[in-house]
Design a protein around this ligand. Structure first.
Ligand SMILES: [Zn+2]
Length: 287
């Protein structure tokens, strides 16, 4: 588990996104999508609401990721304090995850780009749903004559349908596979939460791995926690080799989720909460 970051910390970010989702849906419910000027104003407002999420999310991720990075370095230093190691080794495993050799800055930069894409894609999805629904409803009502009445009905219908569609899609229109490999819609809030969590965890794991490599300690252990996903349950507490050269333990890359659900699970699937901790083999002397 990430040590310095509590569920309450993460919740502060979730609440921010939840509030934005509600405000966006409220703005749509109070708009007149049949009027171009009103629609434009609505879209501007939504774009701003989404943009306003970026800064606080980045600040939170930066603060927590750097703290976890520092804490990960210290964890390895403390664990290896009394251990004599040669120091340093090469990671020969070609499938080794990129964040092994990454640093906190690179991790944060990746996260910044992903967040920007999440927010701009959310905006594009909302824009698309509004335009599409407006067209659809107007087409449906076109045959129903009586100009004055139609506008009132259309407005209401469009708003209801837009809100319904966005709620179904979780605002974002993001689909991803869940732990069972089924496509699922993830809300803006859930998507942001996943990104924040993963970034902080990448910070910690990257520190643990790079410091272990620097010190010459090849083994790390997968953390154990309650409520583990079936995707990675069997790897809980597993000891792995960073370099991939151990005769005794599997390589780290071999227990990582490949991104392909048909090839089975692994740690670091979306929403995974496992982190890596330093592991020092106990030397047993036989006299
Ligand atoms: Zn997991």
């Amino acid at each position: 588990m990430i040590e310095g970051v509590t569920e309450k910390d993460i919740e502060s970010i979730s609440k921010l996104y939840q509030k934005a989702e509600t405000e966006i849906l409220d703005a749509i419910a109070n708009s007149d999508p049949t009027k171009t000027a009103s629609k434009r104003k609505l879209l501007r407002q939504i774009r701003q609401q989404l943009q306003d999420l970026e800064q606080p999310t980045l600040e939170f991720m930066e603060e927590k990721t750097l703290a976890e990075y520092k804490s990960g370095i210290k964890e390895v230093d403390d664990a290896l304090e009394d251990v004599n190691l040669e120091g340093g080794f090469d990671v020969v495993d070609s499938r080794a995850p990129a964040f092994i050799i990454s640093n906190a800055d690179a991790i944060l930069e990746d996260a910044r780009m992903e967040l920007e894409s999440v927010l701009s894609n959310s905006y594009l999805n909302i824009q698309k749903v509004i335009s599409q629904t407006t067209q659809d409803v107007q087409r449906e009502l076109l045959s129903q004559i009586a100009q004055g009445q139609i506008l009132g009905t259309a407005r209401q219908k469009i708003r209801e349908r837009v809100v319904g569609t966005l709620l179904n899609r979780g605002i974002t229109g993001f689909t991803a596979l869940d732990a069972k490999g089924n496509a699922r819609n993830y809300s803006l809030k859930a998507t942001a939460e996943r990104l924040v969590r993963q970034t902080i965890m990448n910070g910690r794991d990257s520190a643990v791995l790079s410091k272990s490599i620097e010190k010459g300690s090849d083994l790390v252990k997968v953390s154990e926690h309650s409520g583990e996903s079936p995707m990675c349950q069997k790897y809980s507490g597993q000891i792995v080799s960073i370099s991939g050269t151990s005769d005794e333990y599997p390589s780290l890359s071999s227990i990582m989720f490949s991104g392909d659900y048909t090839r089975g699970g692994g740690i670091r699937h979306p929403y995974c909460r496992h982190t890596l901790i330093p592991y020092i083999p106990t030397k047993i002397k036989f006299n």
